[in-house]
Design a protein around this ligand. Sequence first.
Ligand code: CO8
Length: 261
Amino acid sequence: MSGYENLLSEVQEGIAVVTINRPKALNALNAATVYELDRLFDELAQNDAVKVVIVTGSGEKSFVAGADITEMRNYSAVEGRNWGKLAQAVFSKIENLSKPVIAAVNGFALGGGCELAMACDIRIASEKAKFGQPEVSLGIPPGFGGTQRLPRLVGKGRAKELLFTGDMIDAAEAYRIGLVNKVVAPAELLDTTKALAQKIMFRGQIAVQVCKAAVNEGLDVDLDSGIAYEAEVFGLCFATSDQKEGMAAFVEKRKANFTGK
Ligand code: CO8
């Protein structure tokens, strides 16, 4: 996966690590980077060698310090709306990628950076990570899904406090309110995230994909519709080799050898 100016990516043993790489701007997302994310996630979707994706930021200081303020400061209303729509579409693509996506949050995850982390399925944070939606200090609301994904993750009251104040919170507080799944020492961040990716990778991949789709689908509809969706996909899994293998392995008291088929 080459030809990217602001992203680094490598695939090793089924795990793709995508690194946002604009260290001079604390990995802020300019339009070029968002277009690159769009293209890279299309490639990751197509690449059968990739089972789980990790997203992180380059350097020790920042995951992503938001949208690039210098680039958007003179936007017109139309340009602002188009910019928001572009990034929203790319973040939805990440959220709905059939493979699990884990954010390894190594530092500042502010504005668009916090929104990028929230578009991932799971968030592991370094003790040095800082989260926030500081947009109101710039005279704008979040525009990459923050007003929608934050309350879904931490609840309405906590989300509104973060959105209205623009305050930054540290990793321990992010963990306490359910914004991140786990907090680890900076030096352990990538290894811990890779270990989680590996654990998920060795489960039945179709079942994992179905769990992801059912959770995403279900949160947008009423409970009965979500439950009905679950029954359909649950049934469909009985047509897979993975289901036969998983249950045979249980009965035969051995480890399952899933093929993702
Ligand atoms: N955009 C552009 N450049 C940035 C950004 C950014 N978001 N963040 C940091 N930088 C640059 C700085 O300008 C600086 O560049 P230079 O060295 O050329 O002066 C360099 O990165 C290092 O930054 P600092 O010197 O400021 O580093 P500090 O350690 O002093 O501070 C902070 C780190 C606290 C992270 C600080 O840089 C900061 O507050 N950054 C801005 C954070 C922010 O407000 N993010 C939200 C941006 S808005 C957003 O994401 C909205 C998304 C939705 C838009 C929707 C439009 C429709």
